[in-house]
Design a protein around this ligand. Structure first.
Ligand SMILES: Nc1ccn([C@H]2C[C@H](O)[C@@H](COP(=O)(O)O)O2)c(=O)n1
Length: 146
């Protein structure tokens, strides 16, 4: 799909220091609550551009929804206009929560999550494309993000 070349996938570094993760999570929540349009083109106090930092914050926040007991990964898909077109996390396919195993090293490979689980980026990308095809006018409510 042509849109592929226009999107950026933003995922937090798993090795980020705890305090930075906490900061980004708080930042994501705070930004969702407040009107921050005036800051949109500004740089944050830590020197990072506001938007990537905000997208990181959302990714980190949504990763907390994941049920995988060992690793929670969030993803945020942003189009060429820097609008969020998808947000999601790793996990089992929709509708299969509670049905499939979370084991990592069971002897029988079919008892391991890796056979069934979806990476956060794939899960989110898929959902974004479904949304895109269901609403071709792209008339999403982006007011929260602008
Ligand atoms: N880029 C990545 C890498 C991994 N994940 C997910 C896939 C699994 O649910 C989990 C890894 O589990 P572990 O081997 O750490 O028990 O993380 C992802 O979504 N995106």
């Amino acid at each position: 799909k042509q849109a592929d070349s226009h999107i950026k996938l933003i995922q937090p570094l798993r090795s980020a220091p705890t305090e930075e993760i906490q900061y980004l999570e708080d930042y994501g929540r705070k930004s969702a609550r407040e009107s921050w349009s005036k800051q949109w083109h500004n740089r944050g106090e830590r020197g990072l551009p506001e938007r990537p930092r905000l997208f990181y914050g959302f990714s980190l926040s949504v990763s907390q929804k994941e049920q995988d007991p060992s690793t929670q990964v969030g993803a945020c898909i942003v189009n060429k206009e820097n609008k969020i077109v998808g947000i999601g996390h790793n996990g089992m396919p929709d509708g299969c929560d509670g049905e499939l195993p979370w084991s990592r090293d069971a002897v029988n490979k079919l008892d391991n999550k890796y056979v069934y689980g979806e990476h956060a980026c794939a899960h989110t990308l898929f959902a974004a494309f479904i949304l895109d095809s269901l609403i071709p006018e792209k008339n999403y409510d982006y007011s929260l993000f602008e």
